[in-house]
Design a protein around this ligand. Sequence first.
Ligand SMILES: Nc1ncnc2c1ncn2[C@@H]1O[C@H](COP(=O)(O)OP(=O)(O)OP(=O)(O)O)[C@@H](O)[C@H]1O
Length: 479
Amino acid sequence: MFKRLPGDETRNLVTTTPDTAVVFRPAVVTTPAIITIVIVAWRLLAGLVRTIWRHPIAVTTASTPAVITLVYGWGTALLLTTPVPVGLVAWALTDRSSFARWVGYRLLAWWRLIWVYRRHWQPVMVVSGLGRHLRGRDYLPRLGKITCTSWADTVTVRMLDGQAVKDWTDRTDHLAHGFGATSCRVTVATAGRLMLTFPRRDPLATAIPALPIPEEPSVGPVEVGKQEDGRPWLLKVHGTHVLVAGATGAGKGSVIWSTIRGLLPAVRAGLVEIWALDPKLMELSFGRVLFGSRYAADPADCADLLDDAVKVMQARAARFAGHQRAHTPTVDDPFVLVLVDEVAFLTAYQSDKDLRRRISAALATLTTQGRAVGVGVMAALQDPRKEVMNIRNLFPDKIALRLDESEQVDMVLGDGARNRGALADRISARPELGAGVAYVRLETSPDPVRVRAAYVADDDIRDMVAEFASASEVGKEVR
Ligand SMILES: Nc1ncnc2c1ncn2[C@@H]1O[C@H](COP(=O)(O)OP(=O)(O)OP(=O)(O)O)[C@@H](O)[C@H]1O
């Protein structure tokens, strides 16, 4: 007698245990041997053609000695092929970087494709839930090209039909640990195709000393450090507003001072004015002479300075109206960068209600209307919660240094930033490893970029003061 089971259960039930009431005998269809042989041979042939098509140089390199040996004997083969490895070794010894670019990283990519990604692809995809094993068949995202750089592997992936980018960004931890990396970043390459970045080492693990002051005056983008891929980190300040968030000791000072350092020649030329608000009386006071009269520490003075900045902005807006829509820095209309260290001291933690209201209104006005007329705000803060900084969304460009909690990452960089790999809460709290390391999310790109700001030490600031102390005054004189 068959035991009645509800719903679909009977359909999937297969058991051969003698004492079970329900016994199904699976149907066995025997495939003729010739068909199996044809299928295997076809697959081998297709694999060979695919390998030759995809890796013509590697196949030629590997097969040439064999062909020469067959045709002319091993002596000739040895004589003809020995120069190749000798030449490669000589190349590696004389020009390491070009050898790495043309040969080394390609070999490494091939090796990592075989040994790491292809070997672990199926289990990692199935266990992480990105692939499915249904009725004996695997449905897996397709592993594409692997590219190696000096610090990371980038892996292109074709998603399964119906998958969303979020399915992948939610599983970056599974992917990182599955493929033996410390982290994984997901970026969209084209529709349906993703690029996964797995760092092999941390290129930002050593501190970067203060960068040379530019020779030519420029309003930016200012070089303030290095990106993870080794390129300079260029921070745009003119035409935007920048929010810098980080726990205490995260290195906010290095971002602020590197920016000031890069702008000093333009300050001297009269193309930039830096207005400094330093309510903590710590960070900016060290080089306060650089800001001339545009420095304030007391909250009431800070409110006055901000109101002045709003007046400059409104006067310009009135002059520019109907004539120009974008600002070009000139000696008459320099770019004004309002720098605010620990902005929460002036807003959320300010006990004087009137001052708090004035300062918040001025900051909101500057961040909503300032950039088109050449007034930018760069504000630093420790605690990014909305109660503390309710205008954080008015800053188009955001920098998250080390943060205390994972939830704070999206508060600073915007929704989904942490899932896309901005692990600001995991930046090392050891200053030599993590101070100045940050994730940047620009208005123009949803993908966070990992960077490290150069460290402007006290001695560097002293030198800057010695060389540029009168710069702000010079700017005035020029006008
Ligand atoms: N870019 C950097 N590279 C290496 N070390 C750095 C860097 N920036 C800061 N440090 C180190 O970390 C320490 C703390 O930095 P800093 O005072 O700038 O942090 P902060 O975020 O401004 O902290 P707080 O909010 O408490 O003022 C510095 O004294 C310095 O030793």
